[in-house]
Design a protein around this ligand. Structure first.
Ligand code: NAD
Length: 456
């Protein structure tokens, strides 16, 4: 493996040249990224199918389409985001004026996972471009077709002096993490997030960590059960459950638990037919290693729906578990696969206690018509984001910052939050040379202290 040192140094030279700062350059790169996504939609869909068995629809909805929507939103707000923001200046600094100037950070590192291997490389990259940075990009080696495609397309479309792709596994990541970056944007597991943060600390590099966790979904007795089941089944089995904000498990009110599971079954059959293995719309598990882990989790409960698997095809059926052992791995680790434990609760307090006694998740979902219960659950729990009466969709609101809290991550992106993540908000005070009030200069005679107290 070639050392990344020279490549990072060349990115720094490009950044120092100032070429990435003008709005026109940023716009041109966003246009090129749009062309990359549009002109190669077929090749991208094929790579995603080869890596994950994603359908063309899912590839468009959750990968290229999401990227194109983010580019559109960024282009239409870029000018406003780049404007310095005037703030008021107190009397003690008059005559003068104060403003916040948004400057690029410099050379940033973007490290991506394999589950949405296009979206999770390109969406952070949009923020890095918008804020005027150069970037080193590390796709996941676990989705090799997509990684190879991005390694070919990014230098062909974007300014190769400003963006470089590094393909490979932990060895490549480790070598990259030796380098000094101005920001590291990492999406992946909690375990590797710790490695990234430790490496970043050596250079005092700030990090954004987009991690995972067990996102709960509370289904209360008063909701429209068919809609809740349909939306939960969609969000859980999208990408065969390999989604960071998929509902990890469901807490359902005991009065509707059986009916909810029945309706989950109806939705699964409507989506994928009697045997999901034959459905062109149902993806596969990324690798045999991941298959073994997810298949093993099924043992943690009683199979209510699904449970079938085929290792040669890396297929695991949409599976619903009941009578789940709270100590089993399926309730301890992030599932990240098509297995959904359903646990019933008696009171909303019980459900809230269940959630708050566990680490803060990346997302929390709640289905209820009751404004009071909505208020209670949102007010007494914490999660990176939340969605009421739906799942996953909060991610598609560009004005909402997307990120975790506590062990589910730190920092956020999407829309303005991306621009802020990749910018430094620099405080600039400009003073007039006229009128130099002598108050702050020694000697500090008696009247000065009185005047200071009056001013402060
Ligand atoms: P991962 O942590 O294994 O890998 C992420 C990146 O780290 C990859 O580029 C990988 O090459 C690199 N890496 C692997 N080993 C490394 C090491 N020893 N040192 C340095 N870098 C190393 O994560 P994954 O399996 O690709 O993705 C699954 C996880 O990502 C899940 O926990 C999921 O919840 C999370 N995720 C979070 C989000 C989000 O937006 N918050 C989105 C998708 C996935």
């Amino acid at each position: 493996m070639t050392e990344p040192t020279d490549s990072i140094a060349s990115l720094r030279t490009s950044f120092d040249s100032g070429k990435t700062r003008p709005e026109e350059w940023r716009r041109a790169q966003l246009e090129r990224l749009k062309a990359l996504a549009e002109e190669n939609e077929d090749a991208i869909a094929e790579a995603l199918h080869a890596d994950l068995g994603k359908s063309r629809f899912e590839a468009r909805m959750t990968e290229t389409g999401t990227v194109l929507a983010e580019i559109g939103h960024t282009k239409s707000h870029l000018k406003a985001w780049m404007q310095p923001k005037k703030v008021s200046t107190p009397l003690s600094n008059q005559p003068g004026h104060s403003r916040i100037v948004y400057e690029p950070l410099g050379v940033v590192l973007i490290m991506a996972p394999w589950n949405y291997p296009v979206n999770l490389v390109l969406t952070p990259l949009i923020g890095a471009i918008a804020a005027g940075n150069c970037a080193a990009i590390k796709p996941s080696e676990v989705s090799p077709h997509t990684s190879a495609l991005l390694a070919r397309l990014i230098p062909a479309y974007l300014d190769p002096d400003a963006f470089k792709v590094f393909e490979g596994g932990a060895d490549v990541s480790t070598a990259l993490l030796e380098e000094r970056f101005d920001h590291i944007f990492f999406t992946g597991s909690e375990q590797i997030g710790r490695i990234v943060m430790t490496a970043a600390a050596k250079h005092l590099t700030p990090v954004t960590l987009e991690l995972g966790g067990k996102s709960p979904c509370i289904v209360h007795g008063d909701c429209d059960l068919a809609t809740a089941a349909r939306r939960v089944a969609w969000g859980k089995f999208l990408n065969a459950g390999q989604t960071c904000i998929a509902p990890d498990y469901v807490l359902v009110h005991e009065s509707v638990a059986d009916a909810f599971i029945e309706k989950l079954g109806t939705s699964i059959r409507k989506f994928f037919g009697k045997d999901a293995k034959g459905s062109p719309d149902y993806p596969r598990i990324i690798s045999e290693r991941h298959f073994d882990r997810v298949a093993g989790l099924i043992e943690g409960g009683k199979i209510a729906i699904g449970g079938e698997s085929d290792r040669t095809e890396k297929y695991i059926a949409p599976t619903v578990l009941t009578e789940v052992d709270p100590e089993a791995a399926v309730m301890r680790e992030e599932i990240f696969g098509p297995v959904l434990p359903v646990i019933s609760y008696r009171t909303i307090d019980d459900a809230i206690r269940f959630v708050t006694s566990r680490p803060k998740p990346l997302a929390l979902y709640l289905f209820t018509k009751s404004a009071e219960i909505q208020q209670q659950v949102i007010g007494r729990t914490s999660s990176g984001g939340a969605c009421i009466n739906d799942v996953v969709m909060h991610l598609a609101v560009p004005e909402l910052p997307f990120g975790g809290v506590g062990p589910s991550g730190m920092g956020a992106y999407h829309g303005r939050a991306s621009f802020d993540t990749f910018s430094h908000a620099r405080a600039v005070l400009t003073k007039s040379e006229h009128l130099d009030v002598p108050l702050r200069y020694p000697p500090f005679s008696g009247w000065k202290l009185k005047a200071l107290k009056w001013l402060q």
